[in-house]
Design a protein. Structure first.
Length: 238
């Protein structure tokens, strides 16, 4: 790696590290502030309103009807969860990262939402898998390579419970909407949701991490129309 590339990686790493330290301090000692997505408002301990113009999230909020059920796969700290819950959706939030899940619960609690949080990674088979915790928490992943993108590094690995959407549906309401942002494991999530996609036919909001041709083909075969927003796919049953 050239000197200039090393310097750029070091600078990016320092910026990310500083942001996450400040964010963690706010979760510990600070207070929640109002966040706005479109016309939807909720409170969060996040430092910035980073998702205020998130087209995938806006697409979800536009389509939710009162008391719809939303599965937030890869909920992280709960931006999608809180936004959906604030307009009356019943949310099942799934997040395998214990540190992120603690922040997720803080954000749920500060809004007074009655939200189900499951400490699992969603893939195509029930069991356990290795989860790689990144120095940039938001890109922690079941895939080591994904936890190292943009100059991140793997700081810890742990075993996590894995579930399929099809098995989760046996214990929770069927989803009307499924948001998927799982740092490279999205196609595994869809394969584990085949029966649910065929029967419940939820709308899928998919954030791709790399080539999404396989994703498109899979959903087309199940009778879905796929709209590419650039930063994500909205997939609706035809």
């Amino acid at each position: 790696m050239s000197l200039m590339r090393r310097l750029r990686h070091s600078l990016v790493g320092a910026i990310y590290a500083g942001y996450y330290r400040a964010r963690d301090l706010n979760y510990t000692y600070g207070r929640p502030t109002q966040k706005t997505v479109g016309e939807v408002q909720f409170r969060s301990y996040e430092l910035y309103n980073l998702h205020g113009r998130d087209e995938l999230l806006l697409g979800l909020l536009e389509r939710i009807e009162n008391q719809d059920t939303v599965y937030d796969i890869g909920a992280n700290v709960g931006v999608y969860t809180c936004a959906a819950a604030s307009i009356g959706a019943e949310v099942v939030a799934l997040e395998p990262n214990a540190e992120a899940r603690e922040k997720l619960q803080q954000n749920i609690d500060t809004n007074g939402f009655d939200t189900t949080v499951l400490p699992v990674a969603v893939v195509d088979e029930d069991g356990t898998e290795t989860f790689y915790l990144s120095s940039y928490p938001e890109i922690s992943s079941l895939h080591r390579s994904n936890a190292k993108i943009s100059g991140g590094s793997v700081i810890e690995q742990t075993n996590v419970e894995t579930r399929t959407i099809d098995s989760i549906v046996g214990h929770h309401p069927q989803p009307d909407h499924i948001k998927i942002d799982v740092e490279g494991a999205g196609d595994d999530v869809l394969r584990g949701a085949t029966d649910t996609l065929k029967t419940a036919m939820p709308t899928v909001y998919f954030e791709p991490h790399g080539d999404c041709r396989e994703t498109r083909d899979f959903l087309h075969e199940l009778g879905y129309a796929v709209e590419d927003l650039g930063e994500g796919l909205i997939c609706t049953p035809r």
